[in-house]
Design a protein around this ligand. Sequence first.
Ligand SMILES: Nc1ncnc2c1ncn2[C@@H]1O[C@H](COP(=O)(O)OP(=O)(O)OP(=O)(O)O)[C@@H](O)[C@H]1O
Ligand SMILES: [Mg+2]
Length: 509
Amino acid sequence: MPVIAIDFGTAYSRVGVYRQGKLEIIPNEKGNLETPNYVAFTDSEILVGDAAKSQLEQNAVRTIFAPKICIGQPFNNDVAQRYKTCSTVKVVDRNGQVGFQIEGQTKVYTPEEISAMILLKMKQAAEVYLGSKVTDAVITVPGCFLDSQRQALVDAGTIAGLNVRRLINEPTAAVVAFCLENNIQEDQDVMITSIGAGASDVSIASIGQAFVEMRACQGDPFLGGVDFTSKVVDHLRIVFRNEHNSDVADHPLALQRVITAAEEAKITLSNQTSAVVDLPSLVEGKGLNVTVTRSILEECASDLLGRYGVLITNAITDSRMALSSFRKIIAVGGTTQMPAFVEVVKRATSSDVNKLANETALYGAAIQAAILSGDHEGNLGEMFILDNSSHSVGIETVGSACTTIIPRGTTLPAKKSEIFSTSADNQPVISVQVCEGEREMASDNPKVAQMDVKVPPGPKGVPQVHVTFNIDDSGIIRTTCEGYQVDFNKGRLSKEEKDKMAVEVQSLK
Ligand SMILES: Nc1ncnc2c1ncn2[C@@H]1O[C@H](COP(=O)(O)OP(=O)(O)OP(=O)(O)O)[C@@H](O)[C@H]1O
Ligand SMILES: [Mg+2]
């Protein structure tokens, strides 16, 4: 049975398999190798991909874009604000998580469900192409994805009827593909700069003949192409307000036109130094006609570019390597097309940047899928891929501090056991709170698990519980206590919810 690879991006998804020593990218029903991540609700049906995108401007408030931005995220202002800049669909608080509210419907959709509709589309395309049923998949994720985001994506796969065999970090997938494609023979260290539509990473890897070992990863889940587009949107809003004393953000259909135009202008500005935005009759007959220059874009986005520079510096520090030891700097993801991005990388590394093709992350994921399926020719079986953790796993200790148990950068899978005891006589319960991240205070880091273990009465320090912390190959954290798995379900869908969604989603044709 083939294991397919899905590069589930923020803006686009791609699906493929590795056969006879090469990547086969599977076209969707329209014959396209990339499927835009849109799901639209019309009066009579649900549209996914190209069909949803093509009716976007007429049906903006019922067309969801980029569910990946919200997946596994608690509902808070930062996420809601960010989503507002790339879509006019309303996001709401659904049991503490982000939900999508479609105009005219009472049901609130979860990012897992919407992502599942897209994943199902990719699965169906693969089944048509391969002429057989497909159940198993490897799916890409940004290196900086948190445990909650990874688990929610696996849930999305389950809802789509997929058995997610592995999540692979996008930079890892990219460097695996680079290694094979270039037939790397000699051991060397490389830096992977990765920035797509939703997130960005800077990773460092040691590679050689048939091996990839990830050494460090620094990422920013709030830094991607949509954020550059939103800078252009903000600029256009200001121009419109100054001219007409009206805010396009108050008019969803007008705002959607501005978002689309801003995206196009941003892309044009990678090849040209100016782009014209012409949007007649935007609000009450008033239009917008303005030239945006590359320097305006770069000025508006200088904070984003600066943040990427900091990621590079931090990744180098984490790797404990000298800048001069990197043989190559490679770049993956659509946003690496921006000249200003290339300049930031060049400035921070004093090296040239090798831009890789858009399908590189898919390619690496397909290699991983072929290895897992065991069904491949050549020397793939000897290919060794060692990934590492992008966030530290810690526990809350005295004074609410976060004490690290498994530091970031640890080779996966990782496992560590600890013994916990009481701090007062006859204390009835030992509480262990597990969190993920690098902040000093536990409450500043996302919570991963909470255990309250009842213990028999006894003097302080005598009752003991053994807790084991695991991070699996997909970067998913599992905590077990005395052999029992502790599920921290806050925000996660229940089995009943997933089963119900699976029936609904899989009935889509
Ligand atoms: N020529 C270009 N100049 C600037 N940006 C571009 C260009 N081409 C594509 N992009 C941007 O790249 C992004 C899409 O890139 P990509 O397909 O790598 O992202 P993704 O895989 O969907 O998202 P992610 O991997 O972050 O989840 C979009 O934000 C798009 O605007
Ligand atoms: Mg991507």
